[in-house]
Write a protein that binds this ligand. Structure first.
Ligand code: PLP
Length: 274
């Protein structure tokens, strides 16, 4: 996410037009949230960090400190996903982190139908509770949570392996194929390894015929039927569209073996150099 274009966009509208910023640590690459916090403070905006791709990633702040994704030092709230393809997979569900006690209390209330025994207006006895807000059931099951705790313990090792895989791709593709740039001091959690190529569909199909299941992340949402219908069809998001026309995600998961990765690299280079 570009700080400069976010700033330009905010400043192109009257004060109060925007309420907040939702930076995404895309593919695992941490956004420098210190810079975004300064921008948000100037314009009185909140920040929700989408750290779904980035547990274990970090950037170095202006004082030289390591700032891990989702640590709550700059964003008001960070969100993570525990979907099966993510670093911490526990079936489904996710996690919200915050350093704000107020937001924490609000989130715990909403998580469970807005029901609480805190700050009650009445008290009829030990059994009594109140529904103070319209919440929902956002709870993870205990079984999922137990799985999540063991997955969390393995995350650091998984991110190290993901970086080894990323480095091997980069070494093989340097100067030939475009991949995500890594700012100095930033540690990418590498949920994905994305390259950009001219003939994306050609490469996708070629890899499939070789039993390599590459993926495309993501189709720009404003081009999907729902968003078109609600008025986003004509928005100018040409950077997203340009990126989408070229992007392809190569296999990236800790159990990918060196031999399997060599096979992938060989096929990608065979296609590119053909
Ligand atoms: C960047 C990002 N944010 C949010 C989500 C949503 O996560 P969930 O489906 O667990 O709500 C995803 C899911 O793939 C994602 O990739």
């Amino acid at each position: 996410m570009s700080l400069e274009s976010t700033k330009n966009l905010i400043e192109s509208k009257p004060k109060g037009f925007f309420k907040g910023i939702i930076p995404v640590d895309f593919a695992g690459l941490p956004v420098n949230l210190e810079e975004f916090r300064n921008l948000a403070d100037e314009h009185d905006l909140w920040i929700i960090e989408d750290a779904a791709h980035a547990p274990g990633g970090y950037f170095i702040d202006s004082k030289g400190n390591k700032q891990k994704c989702g640590n709550g030092n700059f964003a008001d709230i960070a969100v993570f996903s525990f979907h099966p393809v993510k670093h911490i997979a526990c079936g489904e569900g996710g996690m919200v982190t915050t350093n704000s006690e107020k937001l924490y209390n609000q989130l715990t209330l909403l998580r469970t139908h807005g029901i609480t025994k805190e700050n009650m207006q009445e008290d009829h006895g030990g059994w009594y509770y109140e529904m103070q807000e319209l919440g929902f059931n956002y709870r993870l099951t205990d079984i999922q949570s137990a799985l999540g705790i063991t997955q969390l313990a393995k995350n650091d090792a998984g991110v190290i392996r993901r970086n080894e895989i990323a480095n091997a791709y980069k070494k093989s593709f340097a100067g030939t194929i475009k991949f995500q740039n890594l700012p100095i001091g930033t540690y990418n959690a590498h949920h994905l390894f994305i390259v950009e190529v001219q003939d994306r569909k050609g490469l996708y199909d070629f890899l499939r015929t070789n039993n390599i299941f590459a993926q495309i992340h993501y189709i720009p949402v404003h081009t999907l039927p729902y968003y078109k219908q609600i008025g986003y069809e004509s928005v100018d998001l040409s950077n997203s569209e340009h990126y989408y026309s070229k992007c392809i995600s190569l296999p990236m998961y800790p159990s990918l073996t060196d031999k399997e990765q060599e096979f992938v690299i060989d096929k990608v280079l065979t296609f590119i150099n053909a």
